[in-house]
Design a protein around this ligand. Structure first.
Ligand code: 2BA
Length: 108
């Protein structure tokens, strides 16, 4: 058994979870926050058989879209009190996926 951990944009999370559910996969959604942008995202936990991992990843890929987010940066000039705020583009996946081995899986 494997655990697929997928971090997706919160705007895509419902479509991703619903697509996975319709295909017969169990999904747990956790509200999470990216450490870099400090924006909310969603972490999905999907426990599944090893031979279904590729199908799960393809289903996630079909709904999770890449986006460009704006992030402020401060460009300091020679005088520290004079600084200029500029916006930079940050490309945010899609999905960030980890697949890990599960030692035991029990339900009560
Ligand atoms: P954030 O940490 O908010 O990162 C958002 C985007 O900012 C990243 O998109 C990447 O384009 C950029 N970024 C993040 N850390 C950076 C750094 N140290 N230097 C330069 N640019 C950086 P994604 O790579 O698509 O990641 C989307 C979200 O997935 C992340 O949100 C984070 O919540 C999670 N994530 C990505 N890689 C991870 C990892 N190795 N471990 C744990 N979580 C990860």
């Amino acid at each position: 058994m494997k655990l697929v951990i997928a971090i997706v944009n919160k705007d895509d999370s419902s479509a991703v979870a619903s697509t996975l559910n319709k295909a017969g996969h169990y999904v747990t959604k956790l509200a999470s926050t990216g450490g870099f942008l400090s924006k909310g995202n969603v972490t999905l936990l999907i426990g599944t058989d090893e031979d279904k991992v590729d199908a799960v990843i393809e289903l996630i890929k079909s709904e999770a879209k890449q986006r460009v987010e704006k992030m402020p940066t401060m460009n300091s000039l020679a005088l520290p009190e004079v600084s200029l705020a500029t916006m930079i583009d940050v490309v945010v996946g899609g999905a960030t996926i980890f697949v890990i081995d599960v030692d035991q899986f029990k339900k009560f």
